[in-house]
Design a protein around this ligand. Structure first.
Ligand code: ZN
Length: 161
């Protein structure tokens, strides 16, 4: 059965009357290509419907959807969600469905690519410059050697397990 037709009427309406509607079929095809079970596809599609309702309520343009907006949906809306049932509120399902959606939207060049690690690179550069400066001041006889120890390297979270 077509997963879209298997959705309950209300979530189906949320999805089909949203900015996500033109991408619902590609979303389902993406999940099927990755060999997700029909049950999971239905669950993720219902999760997408929930996101679609929230985006419609927030008037969030599709081109602005990214990881930050998904996090806003998960952290600010979902815990206080009063959307009419049936609605998926399981955060792990919503998070997974949203990640797949962002992949699909990026494949279709609807939204920008993943945010670059400019922030991490900029901080690392400043820290390197500060350390070099303090080493220079130490070589000049200034007593700033202790400051080297208090400059911490930023965590590189993308390498975290
Ligand atoms: Zn809700």
């Amino acid at each position: 059965m077509d997963p879209l037709t298997s959705l309950s009427a209300m979530p189906k309406g949320w999805l089909l009357n949203s900015v996500l509607a033109p991408h619902a079929d590609a979303f389902v095809a993406h999940l099927k290509r990755d060999r997700y079970s029909p049950t999971t596809v239905r669950k993720y599609l219902a999760s997408l419907a929930h996101l679609a309702r929230w985006m419609t309520q927030c008037c969030l343009p599709l081109r602005l959807l990214d990881e930050r907006e998904v996090e806003r949906f998960l952290v600010r809306h979902v815990p206080h969600c009063d959307c009419p049932r049936p609605v998926i509120c399981t955060r792990s399902d919503l998070r997974a469905a949203c990640a797949h959606l962002l992949d699909v939207l990026r494949e279709r060049q609807v939204i920008a690519g993943r945010p670059q690690e400019v922030g991490h690179i900029a901080v690392t550069t400043v820290i390197s410059a500060l350390r070099a400066y303090f080493r220079y001041r130490t070589s000049c006889g200034d007593r700033v050697h202790g400051l080297l120890g208090v400059i911490a390297k930023p965590a590189h979270w993308s390498l975290a397990a």
